[in-house]
Design a binder for this molecule. Structure first.
Ligand code: NAP
Length: 281
């Protein structure tokens, strides 16, 4: 299959390399430097999608108005000029706006948003949890062993992160709202705190990791008493009110996009594997 990998961050090098190693003919575009680009890839500046079976954009794929997100290029590229007359090429993208979706439909392009695929989100929890540990190591004077952790949310990231902290000897408390999550956390040997009936007491932890994309801590009173780090992993709006954020001060650490930041190779391979499965469908 002829595949064009366009823009995105360093993860895309490894996504492209993975797809090439699977036997595809892969071209990469939307990068200024060719230094780190794996040798098995063709490089093309200003390529269009004509003649390709599939185009893969990064996560997220676009800035406003159909501008392709190319943080490693000084050039500007636009979706419309890449996909014009390229049908029946398939497009794999992430977080496209209604404008970009309408544009792809107008040009008769069959597009798939891949960032919400369950397997990708699940596998991505591994580099995210490892990145979260790295943020803790960089900002703490304590070992994981014997430290008190609170993990808010017991979804994909919450589960993997709790297991890694526990395996290193950390004392883990999980904050969750469902009875099932609370029971599962206890079954795995952690303490569990219900978020069902209101705000948790967070005064006794060395570090709190939040994976809940919803304001669950508004009160700054318990924050004033504690000395813990707060590592925000969740997407906007995150778990803290503005007042709570201020109360944490420089102990509040916003930690978005960890897979791409710390482990682009692993994260890129996870994406490549997801695209490969979608292409086979
Ligand atoms: P997930 O599997 O959906 O888990 C989210 C958890 O939050 C679930 O346990 C859910 O509880 C809980 N939750 C949601 N709203 C809640 C509320 N109002 N009160 C209490 N609990 C609530 O998601 P995930 O894959 O673990 O991802 C977690 C967050 O991290 C997302 O915002 C995601 O975008 C972000 N993320 C960050 C990075 C990074 O590098 N920092 C990387 C990937 C993803 P229920 O099970 O009861 O619904």
């Amino acid at each position: 299959m002829k595949i064009l990998v366009f823009g995105g961050d360093k993860r895309q090098y490894y996504t492209a390399e993975y797809l090439a190693l699977c036997g595809n003919d892969v071209t990469i575009s939307g990068f200024d430097t060719e230094l780190d680009i794996p040798k098995c890839l063709k490089v093309c500046r200003g390529c269009t999608a004509i003649g390709f079976d599939a185009v893969i954009f990064g996560i997220p794929s676009f800035d406003v108005g159909g501008k392709i997100r190319c943080p490693l290029s000084s050039e500007e590229y636009y979706l419309g000029s890449i996909i014009r007359e390229a049908s029946p090429c398939r497009v794999f993208c992430a977080m496209a706006s209604s404008f970009e979706k309408a544009l792809m439909r107008e040009y008769g392009i069959d597009y798939t948003e891949y960032h919400t695929r369950e397997k990708l989100c699940m596998m991505n929890a591994i580099p995210t949890a490892e990145g979260a540990l790295r943020i803790f190591f960089e900002n703490s004077v304590q070992t994981v062993y014997d430290s008190n952790f609170c993990v808010l949310g017991y979804g994909r990231i919450g589960k993997i992160l709790s297991s890694r902290l526990f395996a290193l000897g950390g004392k883990v408390t999980v904050g969750a709202r469902s009875e099932r999550s609370l029971a599962e956390a206890e079954c795995n040997g952690y303490s569990a705190v219900s978020l069902y009936s209101g705000e948790p007491d967070i005064s006794d932890y060395d570090c709190i990791f939040n994976t809940i994309p919803s304001e669950i801590i508004r009160n700054d009173a318990s924050i004033m008493k504690c000395n813990s780090l707060f590592i925000e992993l969740a997407s906007y709006p995150g778990g803290l009110s503005e007042k709570a954020k201020k109360a944490f001060g420089d102990r509040y650490i916003h930690a978005p996009a960890l897979p791409g930041r710390f482990t682009p190779k692993s994260a890129g391979i996870i994406i490549g594997n997801c695209i490969s499965e979608l292409l086979a469908k």
